[in-house]
Design a protein around this ligand. Structure first.
Ligand code: SF4
Ligand code: SF4
Length: 389
């Protein structure tokens, strides 16, 4: 089967942090050491070979970049210093921009100016919104729900959730189409003695298989269990930090976007209240995880932290600052400091909202959807092929 090649592809990928792929001489060391590479989906050597050949379409259809969890093992053992782990990471950035139909993701990943301006513009919109439309500022007590009624915030949250959901799911659908775009990967056998699959088919695979295996998506979404199967202590620590950030972020996202009427109350919940405990857990998890990752990147303490794209910094810093200002709000409320509470609340949202509207549909947080989706599709493919063997 012939494949289209684009000689400029490797140059284009430099903008996404793929710097060293051309020096790889395809020895295969990286694939041999990677504990996540399998016979049916070997990587990263094959992926890098596609990249060197400029096989853009082949890479678009490849699940492999999403199967790598960037432990850095392959980078440590590459005899050419081609940094295969970072190549896979850069490819994930590139693929994220290809799935995104708005073009914002590409601008975000390839222009630092756009990245900074996008964050600033959204932050200023939030700030001006509060400046012009905030409620009365009572100073005899902390009355956050008078200053910013949770019923109004709830409506704005739900609008934001709807827009983010449509963007993310439509991008997820484009990923699905791209990854299942090569019929040879999923096609059921042409053998004459086989019955063609019955029922509703999606890309040649029965819908019933997609439904039966959906649990794979849920399991991988909540546990990132493939990451845990990397087999050294350093890698397990990476998985743990990843899990902390992801679980803390997911919980706090649910609390502030869906459960704001219970989360943002003027009375202080008792210490054992489940909502307060969830708030404490997510605060600890995100603060620990992001601080660990920031310090690691500053010290370049392991291969995975040696190259940091500006989008990674933006994500970590925004998340850390959102959490830190959230803690400050908690203390100013406990210490009954009304004006400080209102001011920090506005600053908190000026950081949190850009992080949500830019990171969730266009940048690093898309991985939270794409990775479990790929694991799910791999399982569906495995079942489809097994049924037909
Ligand atoms: S990236 Fe390095 S280890 Fe992997 S095939 Fe290329 S030269 Fe070999
Ligand atoms: S970074 Fe780790 S998971 Fe990714 S390809 Fe290299 S060895 Fe495999």
């Amino acid at each position: 089967m012939s494949i289209g090649v684009d000689p400029d592809f490797i140059l284009d990928l430099k903008k996404f942090g793929v710097a060293d792929a051309s020096i790889c001489f395809n020895c295969g060391n990286c694939t041999a050491v990677c504990s996540l590479s399998t016979e049916t989906t070997p990587f990263p050597r094959k992926t890098i070979r596609y990249l060197q050949l400029g096989a853009r379409e082949k890479l678009l259809q490849s699940p492999e970049p999403w199967l790598c969890y960037y432990c850095g093992d392959c980078t440590e053992t590459c005899p050419r210093d081609a940094n295969p782990g970072e190549v896979m990471m850069g490819l994930r950035r590139y693929l994220t921009t290809k799935y995104d139909w708005t073009g914002i993701s590409r601008l975000f990943y390839t222009s630092k100016l756009f990245e900074v301006m996008a964050i600033l513009v959204v932050a200023l919109l939030v700030g001006f919104g509060f400046y012009f439309f905030h409620g009365p500022m009572l100073t005899d007590r902390v009355a956050l729900n008078v200053f910013a009624p949770n019923t109004v915030i709830e409506i704005l949250d739900l609008i934001m959730l709807g827009v983010l959901g449509i963007l993310l799911l439509s991008n997820g659908y484009r990923m699905f189409k791209a990854v299942t775009g090569d019929p040879a990967q999923y096609r059921l056998s042409d053998k004459e003695d086989k019955q063609p699959p019955r029922g509703i088919l999606i890309r040649g695979i029965p819908l019933s298989l997609f439904i039966a295996e959906f649990k794979e998506f849920v399991i991988h979404f909540f546990t990132q269990k493939k990451f845990a199967s990397c087999d050294t202590d350093t890698q397990r620590m990476q998985w743990f930090v990843h899990l902390l950030i992801m679980s803390g972020y997911t919980i706090v996202f649910m609390l502030v976007v869906v459960g704001i009427r219970w989360f943002q109350r003027d009375e202080i919940y008792s210490i054992w209240n489940p909502i307060r405990l969830l708030g404490y857990y997510s605060t600890f998890a995100i603060l620990y995880g992001t601080t660990y990752a920031i310090v690691g990147r500053l010290r370049k303490s392991k291969p995975v932290y040696e190259h940091t794209h500006s989008s990674d910094w933006a994500f970590l810093i925004l998340l850390w600052l959102t959490t830190f200002t959230g803690i400050l709000i908690h203390f100013t409320r406990l210490l009954e400091m009304p004006l400080s509470t209102y001011t920090i609340y506005v600053i908190h949202l000026m950081i949190a909202v850009p992080m949500l509207v830019i990171e969730v549909p266009f940048a690093k947080w898309t991985h939270q959807l794409y990775r479990p989706m790929i694991q799910y599709l791999m399982k569906v493919r495995e079942r489809a092929l097994a049924n037909n063997s």
